[in-house]
Design a protein around this ligand. Structure first.
Ligand SMILES: [Zn+2]
Ligand SMILES: [Zn+2]
Length: 170
């Protein structure tokens, strides 16, 4: 899905698009599912092309503690500036008016919305996703998901070794 730059008039262009669900590849072979997304925003020709807007979507990704996949709603805001300079394929970031604007070089012809979405979702993912704030994780000894049940290991660990000495004495 693309936006042709010639569609952008002197007053700019308002976009509101729905992008179907897709698999997003993270590092290595890890993939997460990104649900149906709504991407809305405004493009303006100003030097390059500025594109600011919002993304409403959700990602299904594994919890960093218990490893169970869970759906995470994402409400993302982006501020991009596309500049036409194909000879420099590098990316820079700079601060403009307190808001972070990401500079992206493109060929000048069209903007790839699927690439924009994939990148913004990637940047918007939490570093340590949690299925819930108080996720109890996995038992380090037997691997039981502590959100779903308890295991014998917890009882053994709860017993203070100093008290065991007293038990022996009794
Ligand atoms: Zn969890
Ligand atoms: Zn256990």
């Amino acid at each position: 899905m693309y936006i042709e730059t010639k569609e952008i008039g002197p007053e700019g262009l308002i976009v509101d698009r729905v992008i179907e669900a897709f698999q997003l590849r993270l590092r290595d072979s890890e993939e997460i599912r990104v649900g149906r997304s709504r991407l809305s925003g405004e493009l303006l020709k100003a030097g390059g092309i500025s594109f600011s807007g919002d993304i409403e979507t959700s990602a299904t990704l594994p919890c960093s503690r218990c490893l169970e996949s869970y759906p995470l709603p994402l409400d993302l805001h982006f501020n991009l500036l596309y500049t036409v300079r194909p000879e420099h394929a590098t990316r820079t970031e700079s601060r403009v008016d307190e808001e972070r604007v990401t500079m992206t070089q493109f060929d000048g012809g069209r903007i790839d919305l699927a690439a924009l979405l994939a990148e913004q979702v990637y940047l918007g993912l939490p570093l340590k996703p949690l299925c819930r704030a108080d996720c109890r994780g996995l038992c380090p000894q037997c691997g039981t998901n502590r959100n779903q049940g308890t295991c014998g290991c917890q009882e053994a660990r709860a017993e203070d070794p100093r008290l065991l000495i007293f038990k022996k004495l009794l």
